[in-house]
Write a protein that binds this ligand. Structure first.
Ligand SMILES: Cc1ncc(COP(=O)(O)O)c(C=O)c1O
Length: 378
């Protein structure tokens, strides 16, 4: 038979999924593995959101709808950013997608040509590079500067005549760090000076501790060139709903809409009604989840520091990012086999020598996991 696609052959599967799968297999064999390798809130979706979806199903909202999303959700998203994010875009400048991941994929397809380059900041979430490559373009890696995981002037040297986009993700998966105003301003400057687009993935914006979130699109001159990505998975514990969105100028949204029309058509109709309830309904559920994550964050970080580990500044998301000098894959294997704790090695994020530990797990599990890590660290 003729060979399958070269483009797909050269794209690796999701490294975070692979590790989680090994942990699951061990669990199925009866081994008591604590998996801290996946980025998924361990809370149920708030009831007023699931009820809105059930009501939509009962009303018969089970048919095709507008490709960019139901008007009620487009308006709710537009109002949300006007209210919370300090930039103003209308419902025609929004597209609802099947998860934030789909919004990122559609952005790359809509914006990039095969000769283009995209700057990605390492450590970076696992799907940015594959999405760029699926669109046929190339990635150029810039390493965030430790210990703060910030951007310095060196990023200017990363730009060449082929550069078309910069991808930022603050709060960050995997580091849990937040880009400072200086870092955001450097991104703004290189975008404006070199006529670049920016993709700003703000999916963890509600999980920010001891500081506040700034949207890149709110910086002067950035609204027209920024594609803001967000969604419901992390803020409202809705990972399985597959609901996300992008905001950008109408020209970009129109091109993304073509990708959507010819692939998924639109996100699931009744799920979008859950999205409307999430954004327009009471927000105390978000605060309660954040408080719980914050407790776990303080606990995990203080335990790790007591054990002598160095961690990245953990001001956002639900990840502790731990420096583990040596081969990070070997160390992740050792933690899994000897301590029965699954984490994700930094190599998965283009950043060897570190481990990402997700604290989206109960305090009980985290307490046992910390004891086990301590035992093999001594
Ligand atoms: C940084 C980042 N962006 C996007 C996503 C995808 O989110 P969604 O579930 O909405 O597709 C994730 C999920 O892990 C993520 O960590």
């Amino acid at each position: 038979m003729k060979p399958l696609s070269e483009k797909i052959k050269n794209i690796a599967g999701s490294a975070t999924m692979e590790i989680a799968n090994t942990a699951k297999k061990m669990q199925m064999e009866g081994i008591d593995v604590i998996s801290l390798s996946l980025g998924e809130p361990d809370f149920a979706t708030p009831e007023h959101i699931t009820n809105a979806c059930i009501e939509a199903l009962n009303r018969g909202e089970t048919h095709y709808t507008a490709s960019n999303g139901i008007p009620e959700l487009l308006s709710a998203i537009s109002q949300k950013v006007n209210r919370e994010n300090n930039f103003s875009l209308g419902p025609d400048e929004v597209i609802v997608t099947a998860g934030a991941k789909d919004a990122i994929y559609e952005t790359m397809e809509a914006v990039l040509n095969p000769t283009d380059e995209v700057i990605i900041l390492d450590p970076s979430w696992v799907s940015y590079e594959p999405c760029v490559r699926l669109a046929g373009a190339k990635v150029s890696h810039y390493s965030l500067k430790e210990p703060g995981f910030q951007i310095d002037d060196g990023i200017i040297e990363q730009v060449n005549s082929k550069t078309k986009m910069v991808v930022i993700n603050s709060p960050s998966n995997p580091s849990g760090s937040i880009l400072s105003h200086d870092s955001l301003n450097l991104v703004k400057d290189i975008c404006i000076d070199n006529d670049l687009y920016a993709l700003s993935d703000e999916i963890y914006e509600k999980l920010v501790y001891e500081t506040s979130h700034t949207s890149l699109a709110s910086l002067e001159g950035m609204i027209d060139r920024t594609i803001t990505i967000n969604g419901f998975s992390k803020a409202y514990a809705m990972t399985g709903w597959r609901l996300g969105y992008a905001l950008a100028n109408e020209k970009i949204i129109r091109e993304m809409s073509k990708v959507q029309q010819h692939t998924i058509s639109h996100p699931t109709t009744f799920a979008m009604w859950g999205g409307v309830a999430a954004l327009n309904g009471p927000q105390n559920c978000v605060g309660l989840m954040r408080e719980e994550f914050d407790c776990r964050r303080r606990f995990v970080i203080s335990k790790l520091l007591d054990m002598g580990y160095t961690t990245a500044p953990a001001n956002g998301a639900f990840y502790a990012y731990i420096k583990t000098p040596g081969d990070d894959l070997d160390i992740a294997r050792k933690w899994l086999n000897n301590a029965h704790v699954a984490v994700t090695p930094g190599s998965a994020f283009g950043h060897p020598g570190w481990q990402r530990l997700s604290y989206a797990a109960s305090m009980e599990k985290l307490t046992i996991a910390m004891e086990r890590i301590e035992r093999i660290t001594e």
